[in-house]
Write a protein that binds this ligand. Structure first.
Ligand SMILES: Cc1cc2nc3c(=O)[nH]c(=O)nc-3n(C[C@H](O)[C@H](O)[C@H](O)COP(=O)(O)OP(=O)(O)OC[C@H]3O[C@@H](n4cnc5c(N)ncnc54)[C@H](O)[C@@H]3O)c2cc1C
Ligand SMILES: *[C@@H]1O[C@H](CO)[C@@H](O)[C@H](O)[C@H]1NC(C)=O
Ligand SMILES: *[C@@H]1O[C@H](CO)[C@@H](O)[C@H](O)[C@H]1NC(C)=O
Ligand SMILES: *[C@@H]1O[C@H](CO)[C@@H](O)[C@H](O)[C@H]1NC(C)=O
Ligand SMILES: *[C@@H]1O[C@H](CO)[C@@H](O)[C@H](O)[C@H]1NC(C)=O
Ligand SMILES: *[C@@H]1O[C@H](CO)[C@@H](O)[C@H](O)[C@H]1NC(C)=O
Ligand SMILES: *[C@@H]1O[C@H](CO)[C@@H](O)[C@H](O)[C@H]1NC(C)=O
Ligand SMILES: *[C@@H]1O[C@H](CO)[C@@H](O)[C@H](O)[C@H]1NC(C)=O
Ligand SMILES: *[C@@H]1O[C@H](CO)[C@@H](O)[C@H](O)[C@H]1NC(C)=O
Length: 560
């Protein structure tokens, strides 16, 4: 049995270490006894600003994980000022790391004293793995260095072992900052479609999907080297020549588990033009042809995907319009990298559109726009705003859907009839991400990494979102969690069966059951062994992470 010792030793921290500060939840200034009107005005204004949240040691992106329902502790800004503010899962102290040396010192400090340790980068994690109650936090957000090279040679490689053009980024670089740094040098990089999500933390370590995935693979497929502070406080390089077991695990094994990544090197690619297409398929709410249209769409996904088409779509069966009208909508967009001819892109959609056009009451809108480069496309479309919509309560449930299913005769209709059994309040949406296939599938032949092997068979990463009101009682919150975990995720799993495929660990249910199989499939035993080798005492324990089953839910006690 092993316990993490909590606050006890931490009171001395602020005196001994200049980069350490003690923490309260961001909204504490809006509640007694810490109420401060001016400070509360600022916090209120910034509440949904993801850039601000990323930088705050006293916040993560989702209110869900700032709260600690098991202890009935929360600090919602929505609550009345008289309601006391609980610390929840906000760390007690934070190390605002600026260098590898700071991280090493923090890791050694925590290890020596048996502290509960957590790494926060942007705080976007949907499983709450960057928020841990009664913990010492290492905040990597401020580490922003980037360096591009024409021919990256991994440490320990032979003389002719150059891997070609690459970028090395430090732990706190965001997806937007990465795209911008690389785009400015007329290069492209596989990275996701978000602004303030971190590139080197949970994103790449969890696999990392992107609208450029079908073109060039997962982000982690393109990670050439990691510099890592391990649980013993040492700084090590992990690549295919040295510490290759760690290198394998860091590409898909999940953030916060094997050490603290100080920087990562990612392959870059020649800039390329892209065709951007949008589609909007609608009916009046209640027209059964909507579901038939969804079936036809899903059956067409593998074909679009085969041409490197990638993107995002939104299924909203109860789409509120003005007045009392309601539509059913399927909207989305796909990009086709390294293509310049809009007519060719439309040809890919035409077989689908002719099937949709004969369905009564189904309306199809389609546009396509050529962009001269990925950079210009990002600036004008994907990353037009500079932040992401966060600052609310959110849980996800998800499943990877296979290409085989969608190509089989009844597969698409089986998927759609399952979707149809979900409850759709006005505006409630099922999200489809077409971010696999193409190079993601092909890389399965050449790249051995920890990502769930199901990724190589995936056509669509599909998820639902669930939420509750800040005023919801604990029982109401629990009802949403239970329904998600016991009813809705099992529905998604049932389409292909619980043993087939899996779920993307970065965008999944925070209460996922049988998470080892869901997130890693047959890779789990190897990951577990590597975890024991590099972190035998369990310094880095995250929710539903590798090895977390040996600990209680909060990672306090190795007593299960
Ligand atoms: C708006 C939004 C858009 C998204 N878009 C995409 C997308 O396009 N593609 C995609 O694949 N995913 C996407 N995601 C999911 C995203 O990959 C995860 O939320 C991921 O956990 C974010 O990593 P982070 O480091 O920024 O977040 P954090 O919450 O700070 O950290 C996540 C996990 O990684 C650990 N960690 C962070 N930094 C380090 C480090 N340096 N070393 C070791 N461990 C570390 C943390 O301890 C935690 O366990 C999106 C999420 C959101 C909210
Ligand atoms: C969001 O937060 C960032 C970082 O604190 C800040 O620079 C920016 O001005 C904020 N945006 C708005 C709209 O307040
Ligand atoms: C949780 O805390 C709130 C606010 O302090 C209180 O009103 C509520 O009764 C508590 N609920 C439980 C189940 O203890
Ligand atoms: C990566 O980390 C190592 C070790 O701290 C450092 O020497 C190197 O300069 C870093 N690279 C970048 C681009 O920051
Ligand atoms: C773009 O396509 C051309 C022709 O198929 C190919 O030669 C080139 O390598 C591609 N560019 C990139 C960056 O993949
Ligand atoms: C799709 O069509 C619906 C109904 O005509 C419309 O309300 C909606 O704005 C359209 N959405 C997009 C993204 O074009
Ligand atoms: C919407 O429905 C309500 C109740 O059925 C009705 O009173 C109202 O007039 C309707 N509004 C419109 C714009 O049709
Ligand atoms: C649980 O989820 C299903 C599917 O979305 C829904 O039909 C049902 O109403 C939900 N039950 C509860 C209690 O929320
Ligand atoms: C949240 O709760 C408040 C107060 O009970 C209520 O007015 C509001 O409609 C609720 N919002 C949602 C989305 O349920």
């Amino acid at each position: 049995m092993k316990f993490h010792i909590l606050i006890f030793f931490l009171v001395t921290l602020t005196y001994a270490y200049p980069h350490v500060s003690s923490l309260r939840p961001a909204a504490a200034v809006c509640h007694s006894p810490d109420a401060d009107k001016a400070a509360c005005t600022i916090v209120t204004e910034q509440w949904t600003n993801s850039t601000w949240r990323a930088a705050q040691p006293g916040a993560v992106q989702w209110e869900t994980f700032e709260a600690w329902p098991e202890r009935n502790e929360s600090c919602y800004i929505e609550n009345l000022p008289g309601i006391p503010c609980g610390q929840g899962r906000i760390s007690l102290y934070s190390v605002l790391a600026q260098s590898a040396a700071h991280i090493q010192e923090a890791v050694r400090f925590a290890s020596k004293r048996n502290l509960r340790l957590v790494v926060k980068n942007s705080g976007h994690d949907f499983l709450g793995r960057s928020a841990t109650a009664e913990s010492l936090q290492i905040l990597t957000h401020h580490m922003k260095g980037t360096r591009l090279v024409d021919d990256f040679v991994p440490e320990g490689a032979p003389k002719d072992g150059g891997e070609g053009a690459a970028v090395t980024i430090e732990a706190g670089v965001s997806l937007r900052e990465l795209h911008t740094a690389v785009g400015a040098r007329n290069r492209a990089v596989v990275a996701g479609a978000a602004n303030t999500v971190g590139a080197a933390g949970g994103y790449v370590q969890g696999g990392g999907h992107s609208f450029l995935g079908p073109w060039k693979g997962l982000a982690s497929d393109n990670a050439l080297e990691f510099t890592v502070v391990t649980a013993d406080g040492n700084l090590v390089m992990a690549n295919k020549y040295q510490n290759s077991d760690l290198y394998w695990a860091l590409r898909g094994g999940g953030g916060g588990t094997f050490g603290v990544v100080v920087n990562v090197t990612l392959r870059t690619f020649d800039e390329t033009p892209v065709i951007f297409t949008t589609f909007n398929v609608t009916t009046i709410n209640g027209n059964p042809n909507y579901w038939e249209a969804l079936t036809q769409f899903h059956a067409a996904v593998p074909g679009l995907n085969a041409a490197n088409g990638a993107g995002y779509y939104y299924i909203t069966p109860n789409f509120p319009l003005e007045g009392n009208l309601s539509a059913s909508a399927l909207t989305g967009y796909l990009v086709f990298p390294n293509q310049t001819d809009p007519a060719k892109a439309q040809e890919l959609f035409n077989p689908l559109f002719s099937k949709l056009n004969i369905l009564a009451g189904v309306r199809v809108e389609y546009t396509s726009v050529p962009f001269p480069s990925i950079r210009v496309f990002l600036e004008n479309i994907l990353l037009r705003d500079d932040k992401d919509a966060t600052g609310t309560i959110r849980l996800l449930g998800s499943r990877l859907v296979s290409r085989n299913l969608l190509c089989s005769t009844q597969g698409a209709s089986r998927l759609v009839s399952t979707l149809r059994s979900f409850e759709f309040y006005p505006g409630r949406t099922v999200f489809g991400h077409i971010v696999a296939g193409g190079a993601v599938a092909a890389n399965g032949q050449t790249i051995d990494s920890a990502v769930h092997p199901a990724w190589r068979k995936t056509a669509v990463h599909m998820f639902i979102e669930r939420e509750w009101n800040a005023t919801a009682t604990l029982a109401e919150q629990d009802a949403v969690r239970k329904n998600l975990t016991n009813v809705e995720v099992p529905l998604l799993r049932s389409v292909e069966g619980p043993q087939a495929m899996g779920a993307y660990l970065n965008e999944a249910n925070a209460y996922e059951t049988d998470f080892q199989a869901s997130f890693w499939g047959e890779n789990y035993p190897r990951l577990y062994k590597i975890k024991q080798k590099w972190d035998p005492t369990g310094l880095f324990i995250v929710r539903r992470g590798v090895g977390s089953e040996d600990w209680d839910e909060e990672g306090f006690c190795r007593c299960t």
